[in-house]
Write a protein that binds this ligand. Structure first.
Ligand SMILES: NC(=O)c1ccc[n+]([C@@H]2O[C@H](COP(=O)([O-])OP(=O)(O)OC[C@H]3O[C@@H](n4cnc5c(N)ncnc54)[C@H](O)[C@@H]3O)[C@@H](O)[C@H]2O)c1
Length: 342
């Protein structure tokens, strides 16, 4: 019988690429998701998966019956949304992650893969130090702090029968059936499409670790299938490479000029955010024997083609903060008016 994987947050940007890949690899899949962004991104596989709608903090044993392994992608997935509601962020990113892990232990589900983030490393006093997994960190921002505290909580639960694995991903880029235009490469591709211009703050000097969405999917599959002794209670940075933001902009410009015949201007500003970090991804490569070799240019082209096909890139659903603000606003209005659409 096929192994069944529970993907919490499986209807999100990464989940909508990961779920079809899990099915293709022969797994059965159950998605547990609050569906903040709907389930349209899973349309192509909707009749092949089980979907349970709910908040992760409320998940109970029954939802985990028949599950062999868990991948947890659920939560607020960037700094602005975490800062928008730090209490909700703590519940969703830390408490829910640990709650799910405790349930897994109870239900004898051994493998638990947690979506952590390289933003745990960032600092406001940028230097060029390459940060490996053992680099001392003390993240203060709500998002990175919540990811770090989840990691610590999961590490406390490690034993011979429970095998949590933490993947600290770089900023992901590329096309997904549930798209986000609030991630740097995706933003630049959209800006090039919309304005034929990219605006660079702080001269584009800040470093970013980047990860192709297809490589993110490969990393989850690898973490799922690796022998327990190789990954039990371990943290891995997962990235293609580190880039100064200006180099990302050059790459977007070059790709669009050479492949699409489009001219894109760069507007370089002196001031702006200085958040910067460089991350060492070699432990993942050594441990799993995987060298990511996908091309950023191909991902940029794919996103451009989707924009040309008519994606409504102004729709707030593609911007996590704007969408959550809208949901909260609607929630308030509907509560006050006791409103029914029909
Ligand atoms: N996208 C990136 O660049 C990136 C980089 C590093 C880490 N991560 C982490 O990877 C994970 C997935 O990222 P993404 O880009 O797919 O995010 P996303 O925002 O597109 O998707 C998150 C999904 O989780 C669901 N969700 C959120 N809170 C929930 C809750 N409390 N209970 C149940 N479901 C909930 C949402 O409805 C959504 O479908 C996140 O944990 C994020 O922090 C993402």
């Amino acid at each position: 019988m096929a192994k069944k994987i529970l993907v919490a947050g499986g209807a999100g940007y990464i989940g909508c690429k990961l779920v079809p890949a899990l099915l293709k690899a022969g797994y059965d899949v159950k998605v547990f998701d609050k569906l903040y962004f709907g389930d349209e991104g899973l349309a192509a596989v909707r009749d092949k998966i089980e979907l349970e709608v709910g908040a992760l903090i409320d998940i109970r044993e029954k939802s985990l019956e028949g599950i062999d392994a868990v991948i947890n992608l659920a939560g607020l997935s960037n700094d602005p949304t975490a800062e928008y509601n730090p209490e909700a962020n703590k519940i969703m990113n830390t408490d829910s992650a640990i709650h799910l892990a405790r349930l897994c232990k109870k239900m004898k589900i051994r493998r638990y893969i947690y979506a952590s983030s390289c933003s745990i490393y960032y600092s406001l006093t940028p230097d060029d130090t390459l940060r490996a997994e053992d680099y001392p960190v003390d993240p203060k921002a709500p998002y990175s702090h919540s990811k770090y505290m989840a990691e610590r909580g999961l590490l406390e639960l490690v034993d011979a029968d429970f095998c949590p694995v933490m993947l600290r991903k770089g900023t992901v880029f590329g096309q997904s059936p549930r798209m986000r235009y609030d991630l740097v490469v995706n933003v630049f591709t959209r800006d090039a499409f919309k304005n034929r211009q990219l605006i660079l703050h702080n001269k584009g000097r800040m470093w970013r670790p980047l990860l192709n969405i297809d490589d993110a999917v490969r990393a989850y599959l690898a973490a799922l299938e690796a022998p327990e002794d190789l990954v039990r209670g371990r943290i891995f940075n997962v990235l293609n490479d580190n880039y100064p933001v200006i180099q990302i902009a050059y790459q977007v410009r070059h790709t669009l000029e050479s492949k699409k015949g489009v001219r894109v201007d760069l507007q370089i500003q002196e001031i702006g955010p200085v958040r910067s970090y460089r991350v060492d991804g070699s432990l993942f490569e050594r441990t799993f024997g995987i060298k990511f070799d996908t091309s950023m240019a191909a991902a940029i082209e794919e996103m451009w083609d989707a924009l040309e096909e008519g994606v409504d890139y102004n729709n707030p659903i593609y911007y996590n903060l704007a969408w959550l603000e809208l949901l909260r606003d609607m929630e308030r209005r509907l509560a006050v008016m006791n409103y029914k659409v029909f």
